[in-house]
Design a protein around this ligand. Sequence first.
Ligand SMILES: Cc1cc2nc3c(=O)[nH]c(=O)nc-3n(C[C@H](O)[C@H](O)[C@H](O)COP(=O)(O)OP(=O)(O)OC[C@H]3O[C@@H](n4cnc5c(N)ncnc54)[C@H](O)[C@@H]3O)c2cc1C
Length: 374
Amino acid sequence: MANHYRAQPAVPLLWLPLLLATVSVHTHEGRIPHVAVVGAGPNALRLIACLQPHSALVSVEAFEAEAVGNTISSWYEGSISHSPKHTFKIGKLEPDECSQCLDAVYTADKSAPCLLDGGKARHCGRDEYVAYMRRVAEHGPMRVHEHAKVVDIKRNTSTGRFSVHANHRSEQSEMLQLQHSADAVVLAFGAASLPKPFRLDPGTVDGARVSSHLETASKYAGRNVLVIGTGPSGMESAVRLCSSMYGAKHVTLASHSRALYHPINDYVNQSLYRIRQFTNEGLMSLHLGVEMSRANATHAVLARQKKGGVGGIANEVTVAADFIIGALGFTTDVALVSAIGFGTNGSLNDATYETSIPGIFNLGVSGVAPWESL
Ligand SMILES: Cc1cc2nc3c(=O)[nH]c(=O)nc-3n(C[C@H](O)[C@H](O)[C@H](O)COP(=O)(O)OP(=O)(O)OC[C@H]3O[C@@H](n4cnc5c(N)ncnc54)[C@H](O)[C@@H]3O)c2cc1C
């Protein structure tokens, strides 16, 4: 998981003075500069916690598309962070909720000693982490607008300030459009907050239940599942489905690629090891070099192309599939990156974390400049 999801990032505290200096430059005399933050994941909360003691110098407000800790709450059920407990600390509050052991990922025994890290550090289960983030957000309290998805950010040429446009879903589920002014904007919207969409020609699926990520464990108990994609997400999804927590009847792991993902780290190695184990036990079947050609509510047909991809289909195999998961990985909010106007030429100053649009900063795992991979 570490490289695949990218390691838990540390907020680069060194750039805070630079951010403060930048917003001051953009601010008219006599008014406290205002910073808008996009997202309310661990990095956004860490930034807000750092700025809170400086409220006489700067004000800060965050806009979160869903709820605080949205990405973490979408981790696979049973996930535990690979980073040790102390790295979760946000502001002054200790992450007391975090109590799980990383080995539990492999042993399913939550009381087991942490052998992987020599018994020194506890980690954080998904739900523990989200509970901690909620406590952090409510402590203070932080100004976080939940269910406010930022859809555009534009600089007003006459005032020099940014207009942050967000679609806000009210408690009554009404959609409202918010417009918010800020002297600087920090993008802390994560590199992996959205599953990559899995698109199928509707004519090829007749009643099949298709999703683009692994959902609640109980949904799959005793069912046949087809997972498409042999990157880290597909492999981990397939392994989790075979685990006792998900309890799928049978899992087919399929991909047009002719090989499983290369063993880049312990987490991918663990998936590869479990895939071997589950295929030997007959719980999982592997089909590489295939495309799904059609599916109905209970079965899917996988077609293998002739060598070199020319000359049509070499053969077809029908597999049992009550659910089809297109596990193609996760991505950043590409639509927002494009609406802001970074195009493919956006860049990031590694020292200041300011993007190629002056006054817009980038923080966290998305700090690798998501536009580079578009
Ligand atoms: C399926 C999955 C499993 C993972 N499992 C693990 C694991 O087991 N262990 C581990 O250590 N790490 C794991 N990670 C990685 C971990 O989630 C990230 O490293 C961490 O969340 C990054 O924190 P962040 O604050 O930079 O971004 P995020 O936590 O992604 O926060 C970004 C926030 O921005 C919001 N947002 C996005 N676009 C907008 C918008 N337009 N407007 C407003 N808000 C927006 C999102 O809803 C989200 O809440 C996993 C990631 C995924 C996707």
